[in-house]
Design a protein. Structure first.
Length: 202
């Protein structure tokens, strides 16, 4: 004999649970995509992880206190480039505008496109290191054997001299890493006009 009191789960409840689960998944995906620009903004504002600052004008004062600035260059294994700092380690005064040059050379056999990420060490220096001009995140196209010199114009915020952590910083290393760009943006300029071939004597 069957139990007449047994009932099936209500179908509307199942649909309600499914809708809730789907909404949660969509919300999590949205947060995941939004977290990237939010994290970048957080890093730029706080200098977290050695992220440097963007400046639109030079510092309004120059102090006598100095700091040594070193330059580091790295290449992702996925791109056949040689990348190196041209500028030697430099001693700058806080607030002084300085320029460093990096050079990239395509040592492969095909034209390739790269873009550079950056940071400074120690991490505490990120909030004080300001760039006025930079090649970071700009796609660079190089033909085989071609080189390009890329400037970085920067200054170290004078506020570092009065900061509890900053006053202990004696040396800053600016580091760039070039990565391959699998799908270059449309209109990436050919660098032939500003490119210098190895061994051309220029």
């Amino acid at each position: 004999m069957s139990d007449a009191t047994t009932s099936r789960p209500a179908a509307p409840n199942n649909r309600k649970v499914a809708v809730i689960c789907a909404s949660v998944v969509v919300s999590m995906l949205g947060l995941a995509y939004a977290s990237v620009p939010l994290y970048q903004l957080f890093c730029q504002v706080t200098g977290f992880g050695g992220t440097t600052q963007r400046a639109t004008a030079p510092a309004n004062q120059v102090l006598d206190r100095t700091v040594d600035v070193r330059f580091d260059a790295n290449v992702n294994p996925g791109i056949q480039w040689r990348f190196e700092p041209v500028t030697v380690p430099t001693t700058v005064r806080l607030g002084e505008t300085a320029v460093a040059i990096y050079r990239a050379t395509n040592i492969g056999t095909t034209t390739s496109v790269g873009t550079a990420s950056y940071n400074v060490t120690p991490d505490q220096a990120g909030v004080f290191f300001n760039k006025l001009e930079c090649f970071c995140f700009t796609e660079q196209a190089l033909a085989p054997g071609e080189s390009i010199d890329m400037p970085v114009q920067y200054f170290v915020d004078p506020a570092m001299a009065s900061d509890d952590d900053g006053r202990r910083i004696k040396q800053i290393t600016l580091s760039y890493t070039f990565h391959p760009v699998a799908a270059p943006a449309k209109g990436v300029a050919d660098n032939s006009k500003s490119v210098k071939r190895d061994g051309d004597g220029s």
